[in-house]
Design a protein around this ligand. Structure first.
Ligand SMILES: Cc1cc2nc3c(=O)[nH]c(=O)nc-3n(C[C@H](O)[C@H](O)[C@H](O)COP(=O)(O)OP(=O)(O)OC[C@H]3O[C@@H](n4cnc5c(N)ncnc54)[C@H](O)[C@@H]3O)c2cc1C
Length: 231
């Protein structure tokens, strides 16, 4: 740390998911020392990158295979355990085995050019001055939402998604809400891409010649940008 409280390092790796850990491994292999020549900052409370946030029914046996981190395979995992637990534990072991010393939870908030060369990172742990930044923050925290007509009035059902509330499905609801929920589930099963919306003008172009979608619905064809009918 210099005399104005800025921590100086050669490289900052922001994010300790698959990408960040692999970068940190190769920095070590190239002779860089953690906490001296480089630091890994991650704002999640525990190891695993995006994985610990996967729904509990996604067991390890159901994932489409996981590319191993460099230098250590993941072997002998129980296929019936949630992948969030299996891969979280694997990443934790990996960090310890290679002494990567991930700082968490540390949020990287801004990156800007320093006056005399290095990049300046503002983090919840203070300011870092670094020659290089590996941005390995993934795509999960701020997913890209594509534009589609009517999205400004789209609302989902209130509350967190079911996988965030593991016991949600088994909770006893008042009779009226149970019926409504069953009806909504059946409707979603029949028309997975159809959501009720107030009427919108639809896409520009000639009037459809075949049966038009019911007013106030968004169909899979709208989502693809064609404005046609849903199956
Ligand atoms: C539905 C779904 C299923 C998938 N299934 C599989 C599968 O079966 N097998 C497979 O191999 N891949 C699968 N993937 C892909 C896999 O999840 C990603 O490829 C992988 O997580 C990408 O790793 P990453 O390191 O780039 O990002 P992440 O794993 O997202 O890690 C990013 C890290 O950066 C941290 N971070 C973010 N912002 C900041 C910040 N500002 N400051 C500090 N830290 C920050 C986060 O806390 C996180 O730890 C799936 C993806 C999806 C969407």
């Amino acid at each position: 740390m210099n005399n104005i409280g800025v921590r100086e390092t050669e490289v900052v790796v922001a994010g300790a998911g698959q990408a960040g850990l692999a970068a940190a491994f190769h920095l070590r292999r190239a002779g860089y020392e953690p906490d001296r020549d480089f630091v890994v900052l991650d704002h999640a409370p525990r190891p695993g990158g995006a994985w610990p946030f996967r729904w509990p029914t996604l067991t390890y046996g159901k994932v489409h295979g996981m590319h191993a981190l460099p230098g250590m395979e993941l072997t002998g995992a129980d296929p019936d355990r949630p992948s969030s637990k299996v891969i979280g534990a694997y990443f934790g072991t990996y960090e310890r085995t290679f002494g990567l010393r991930v700082h968490r939870p540390v949020d990287v908030r801004t990156v800007r050019d320093g006056a005399d060369g290095p990049l300046l990172l503002e983090t919840s742990e203070g300011t870092y001055a670094t020659r290089a930044l590996v941005n390995a923050t993934g795509t999960w925290d701020r997913p890209f939402w594509p534009r589609f007509p009517g999205q400004e009035v789209f609302t989902r059902r209130p509350g967190p998604p079911p996988h965030v509330q593991p016991h949600h499905r088994n909770r006893r609801l008042p009779a009226g809400r149970r019926t409504r929920r069953r009806r909504d589930q059946n409707r979603r099963r029949r028309h997975p891409l159809r959501h009720r919306l107030p009427p919108h003008p639809g896409p520009p172009g000639p009037a459809p010649t075949e049966r038009a979608p019911a007013a106030g619905t968004v169909t899979s064809a709208h989502l693809r940008g064609g404005g046609g009918q849903d199956a």
